[in-house]
Design a protein around this ligand. Structure first.
Ligand code: F6R
Length: 260
């Protein structure tokens, strides 16, 4: 795992944006795996700025979001369809016909999950998968004890995740209990993974992901099995890492190593 520690959130986001921009510039038809959540908002803002001011184009890109709440229609203001439209798609030149999210309002969510997994395979798999991490170590909505061999399917959200996401809904009761999420194995099949974590609330999960045992109790720890996983952190999210000196020796101030 490549661990890049940046001085603050702003620097971490710029570093992550560089990695996404480099991928899209080198591979204009890249297949991107996208994530939602608070961590990603400044990243999408920066990518939109680069599109506007520097000509970074997403016109050839295909995208697959990690997850969507079950029961929310795409136009629901709290759906991830709506989040993506507002935060990213409406600001760049991506072709909506190739910007995919799981269908949370499908009459048969299990069939919709299987169709989504097949669609990713038909697109040739994901070149770069963006990821955030939950305070409980989830990636996508693969909650603790999710199978590390899992594929796109329905997951029941933990109380902790629902509490963390309650801020977007009227109340805890209104916060959905179920989601469609790509699986841990789906994520691990991506050719590259880029996980971003910022803020002190993520420090414990980050330590378990990077230095803990590979365990379904912390689904993000499965990234230890991925040969090309990069983790971009700010100082606060990196605060509990015990081998921090080493990461900073290899990647001073989060920059590439001499051999990258
Ligand atoms: C969202 C997703 C989740 C979030 C995670 C962190 O598509 O897949 O795993 O990345 O819950 O969310 P924030 O960034 O809001 O802390």
């Amino acid at each position: 795992m490549k661990v890049l520690i940046l001085p603050d959130e702003g620097a971490a986001i710029l570093r992550a944006a560089d990695i996404v921009a480099r991928t899209v510039a080198a591979q204009p038809k890249a297949v991107l795996g996208l994530a939602t959540g608070g961590t990603m908002l400044p990243l999408y803002e920066e990518l939109a700025r680069r599109h506007r001011e520097e000509g970074l184009s997403f016109a050839g890109v295909t995208s697959f979001n990690l997850d969507e709440y079950i029961g929310l229609a795409p136009d629901h203001p709290c759906s991830y369809h709506h989040y993506m439209e507002k935060a990213f798609f409406s600001h760049v030149d991506i072709d909506r016909a190739r910007a995919h999210l799981p269908k949370g309002d499908a009459p048969d969510p299990q069939a919709a999950s299987e169709a989504y997994e097949a669609l990713i395979a038909d697109a040739g798999g994901i070149d770069l998968q963006l990821l955030g991490i939950g305070q409980n170590g989830h990636i996508g909505f693969n909650e603790p004890t999710a199978s590390l061999g899992s594929r796109t399917r329905i997951k029941t959200l933990t109380q902790s995740t629902r509490r963390a996401n309650q801020r977007y809904f009227a109340s805890f009761e209104d916060t959905p209990q179920y989601a469609i999420t790509t699986g841990v194995a789906t994520i691990l099949e991506s050719r590259k993974c880029l996980l971003i974590a910022t803020g002190a609330a993520k420090a414990r999960a980050v330590r378990q992901m990077v230095e803990g045992p590979v365990s379904a109790v912390c689904p993000a720890s499965a990234l230890q099995l991925h040969a090309r996983a990069t983790v971009v952190l700010d100082e606060e999210a990196a605060a509990e890492l015990t081998l921090r000196d080493y990461y900073e020796t290899v990647h001073p101030r989060g920059q590439d190593s001499v051999f990258d």
